[in-house]
Design a binder for this molecule. Structure first.
Ligand code: GLU
Length: 414
């Protein structure tokens, strides 16, 4: 029988394990295994050909015991309620691991932005904000970019929210363009965070960064910047991929050329003849494998064939539970998504702080603080992994859920 790939069920399973190991009650598990609030909205949009199309969107708020909820909005044809719920729980864990004053939230719209015009995307972004506006706000729930959404979409959403509220509200959303109160370093933050995690993991395995061979699955926001950072730091990026396939060159890829030729959705491999599938790419020999695309890429079916000694998850949910077990048993050092991809929300937090204060930081200040918070997160998770003898994913959940559970206890909820 093949394993269950429902990301919500597997998340709930580890949440329960983590809370039980920490000594919390069944009631706490019951509270934290589901978002406290999920809104489903229907958004009618007039398309460019004058027909009306009705889109379905969601916003899930996992838990606000620690503070307002925070997390991105994805535009993707595969968005569904269970996925949005799981993603909101993962956001809570990320915020807990890097110690931000937030709970987790997440949103999504079922759509394919690659098939939509600029104006249709604007109408959809504004329509979504109108539909969820009662539930969100700078001290309630703060959206951000996620899969196939970007700073332009954040700008439209911020503008729509500001019009509804009748005052300028930059702190309503993060990941904005710099001129609208965005933060330096937000665009590259997820990738920067992943490079910091790669550094930490390489140190634990005594592998030098110079010449380390890196394979990156995905060439979107996280994957493309990461390829550039790794290449510039002296590592050898030997594989990248997009939805259409993978490029693998053991002698190293010309990353600057690929970046020049990629389109705004991160696709570039179509321009090449000599490609392989995403599945094949994951199984190539390398020192560091970075899944930076979508969920359920490393499963019980291919885990035994993964040859990298270090896996750093830049995407949300790329490795299943069973695959995590197989890889851990084989001695692979796995830096889980809720830790490895937290760089985005860390700099989103910096952006929100800057908006609230109306005082803006330099890129160097952002990076120094990001580095400090990510390193601390890694150390905490790695220590729990070693001292409690649990895999890195369970360790990350234990670190990530603790603050939220304590906050809920102090508030007298459980
Ligand atoms: N969507 C990103 C994530 O999954 C960033 C969220 C944020 O910046 O709030 O972590």
């Amino acid at each position: 029988m093949s394993e269950n790939l429902n990301v919500l069920l597997s998340t709930q399973y580890i949440i329960e394990q983590a809370l039980t190991k920490l000594g919390y009650s069944a009631a706490m598990v019951d509270l934290l295994k589901e978002p406290m609030r999920v809104l489903t909205v229907r958004i009618p949009i007039r398309m460019d050909d004058d027909t009306v199309k009705v889109f379905t969107g969601y916003r899930a708020q996992h838990n606000d015991a620690v503070g307002p909820t925070k997390g991105g909005v994805r535009f993707h044809p595969d968005v569904n309620e269970d996925e949005v719920k799981a993603l909101s729980i993962w956001m809570s864990l990320k915020c807990g691991i890097v110690d931000l004053p937030y709970g987790g939230g997440k949103g999504g719209i079922i759509c394919d932005p690659r098939q939509m015009s600029f104006r249709e995307l604007e109408r959809l972004s504004r329509g979504y904000v109108r539909a969820i506006s009662q539930l969100v706000g700078p001290s309630k729930d703060i959206p951000a970019p996620d899969v196939m959404t970007n700073s332009q979409i954040m700008a439209w959403m911020m503008d729509e929210y500001s019009r509804i509220r009748e005052f300028d509200s930059p702190g309503f959303i993060t990941g904005k363009p710099i001129v609208l109160g965005g933060s330096h370093g937000r665009e590259t933050a997820t990738a920067k965070g992943v490079t910091i995690m790669i550094d930490q993991a390489l140190k634990k395995r005594n592998i030098p960064l110079q010449g380390a061979r890196v394979v990156i699955q995905g060439f979107g926001n996280a994957g493309s910047y990461l390829a550039k950072f790794m290449h510039d730091a002296g590592a050898k990026v030997i594989g990248i991929s997009d939805v259409y396939g993978g490029l693998y060159r053991p002698e190293g890829l010309d990353i600057d050329d690929l970046l020049d030729r990629r389109d705004s959705f991160g696709t570039v491999t179509k321009l090449f003849k000599d490609t392989m599938t995403n599945k094949e790419l994951l199984e190539q020999e390398c020192d560091i494998l970075v899944p930076a695309a979508i969920e359920n890429q490393i499963t019980e079916e291919n885990a035994a064939r993964i040859r990298a000694p270090i896996i750093v998850e830049a995407a949300n949910g790329p490795t299943t539970l069973e695959a995590t077990r197989i890889l851990t048993e084989r001695g692979v050092l796995l830096v889980p998504d809720v830790l490895a991809s937290a760089g985005g929300v860390v700099v989103s937090y910096f952006e929100w702080v800057q908006n609230n204060q109306g005082y803006y930081w330099t890129e160097a200040e952002v990076h120094a603080r990001l580095q400090e918070m990510m390193e601390k997160g890694f150390e905490n998770v790695y220590n729990v992994h070693m001292t409690r003898n649990v895999d890195m994913r369970l360790a990350a959940y234990m670190v990530g859920v603790r603050k939220m559970a304590e906050a809920a206890r102090f508030r007298g909820w459980v």
